[in-house]
Design a protein around this ligand. Structure first.
Ligand code: SF4
Length: 424
């Protein structure tokens, strides 16, 4: 598959470059956006899961307090430059934001002048944290959406993933969070877990659908070299499902979602018709606050240092350097197109509003080609929607990009707080 994908990628995502180099640099303050999308990274967890590739460390209250102040300083720099811009969305990810609801509350207080009644405020919640008091605190802070990281409703698979709770706790947490009154509850699941059968993957998603979640997201387990999952699997003589079994699982999950009356809202998510969608980095532009947070705004894509101590030190001591790459218009279009394919809908009208011009002919031609190949079909006069085979192709592309881009960037940034340059 690896030999087929690169030519396909160049056809679908016609950027000008084969390589991106991120260098350590000062990123100029972008022009103030009309509406701001924020991502806030809270890198603290109760324990570390074997498969987890994200920026995280075990919670310690002193570090968490200093970290919160550093994030407020980082946010204030934007506010000094831009004033109280209206915030369209703010998502707290991690890590485990629900372990530190006081940080969520304090950050929201800092930007209260920019919040509107329509602002989406989303928080990732760990099942162990789901208690009436936490839910009440999130609602009082203004949180409207939550994403519950259940991962599985099966004891065996929860143990394999090292989650620290069992299926009964996962189910009870889901029921409680569903009754708390949030505008949207997303339940996150993982499929293609070593040893998981197709039926078990289907049972997991159908449990989440039956609970009435507004959105159910089922992500394939992707093994990152820097996690301990690989060695754990070798010790247990377990291996990941074959690509064909993973394909069958995804197909069965999609069928289950449709049968339950959900719409496919991304290659890995299903949303109840009319429900708000829980989504973070798929936005056209956003600012990330905190260690390891990425931002995409103006001509740049950049990431903050992945090291929590360095993040606190450098933020408090002045403008921190970032690892950044400059994007020309072709790159920005490729980036936009990548995430619209992830959404499974590519809309000419949305392109025009993002770029102020019509889609270039080469992109329209690629869409027509996908249409002829049965990988996309017209959904309206201005939009194409990926068909199931098209969405499966993009599932493969997304996995390829995760290893070719994210994993390489993250590995370098986890290894060294300030790499001079990373070429992808
Ligand atoms: S998967 Fe979630 S809870 Fe587990 S270590 Fe990663 S961020 Fe923490």
């Amino acid at each position: 598959m690896g030999t087929i994908l690169p030519p396909l990628l160049r056809m679908l995502f016609p950027g000008h470059r084969r390589h991106f180099t991120f260098t350590r640099q000062h990123v100029p303050m972008p022009e103030p956006p009309e509406r701001l999308n924020l991502y806030v990274h809270i890198p603290f967890c109760r324990r570390i899961c074997a498969f987890c590739p994200y920026v995280k460390q075990v919670y310690a209250s002193g570090v968490a307090l200093s970290y919160m102040e550093a994030m407020r300083t980082e946010l204030q720099r934007y506010r000094d430059a831009w004033g109280d811009r209206p915030v369209e969305s703010v998502y707290f990810g991690g890590g485990t934001p629900s372990l530190a609801p006081e940080i969520v509350n304090r950050i929201l207080e800092s930007i209260s002048g920019s919040l509107r009644s329509s602002t989406e405020i989303g928080v990732e919640v760990h099942p162990i944290d789901v208690r009436p008091r936490l839910l009440q605190s999130l609602i009082e802070s203004g949180v409207t959406m939550v994403s519950l990281g259940v991962q599985s409703f099966d004891d065996r698979h929860l143990a394999m993933l090292g989650r620290g709770y069992d299926a009964r706790q996962a189910y009870e947490a889901s029921e409680l969070i569903m009754s708390a009154g949030f505008a949207a509850v997303d339940i996150d699941l993982i499929f293609a877990i070593p040893g998981q059968t197709e039926q078990e993957a289907v049972t997991d998603v159908s449990t989440a659908f039956a609970l009435g979640a507004h959105q159910v997201s089922a992500y394939p387990l992707i093994r990152f070299a820097h996690t301990s999952l690989g060695s754990q699997l070798s010790n247990a003589h377990a291996s990941s499902p074959s690509w064909n079994k993973e394909r069958r699982m995804l197909k069965a999950i999609v069928t289950q979602g449709r049968d339950a009356g959900y719409e496919r809202s991304s290659i890995w998510s299903f949303t109840r018709p009319g429900a708000p969608r829980y989504t973070t980095v798929t936005r056209d532009s956003f600012i990330g606050i905190g260690a390891g947070a990425s931002s995409r705004m103006g001509d740049y894509f950049w990431v903050n240092t992945f090291h929590v101590d360095e993040y606190i030190r450098s933020t408090e001591s002045g403008t921190p350097a970032r690892l950044a790459t400059r994007l020309d218009e072709g790159d920005r279009m490729a980036y936009w197109l990548f995430w619209r394919c992830y959404d499974t809908i590519i809309d000419h009208a949305r392109f025009r509003s993002a770029f102020g011009r019509n889609m270039p002919r080469r992109i329209s031609a690629a869409l027509m080609l996908l249409d002829h190949a049965g990988l996309a079909r017209r959904a309206s006069h201005s939009a194409f929607r990926l068909t199931d085979p098209g969405a499966y192709l993009f599932h493969l592309i997304e996995k390829h990009y995760t290893h070719a881009y994210l994993e390489r960037l993250w590995t370098a940034c986890l290894h060294d707080p300030w790499p001079e340059a990373v070429t992808l």
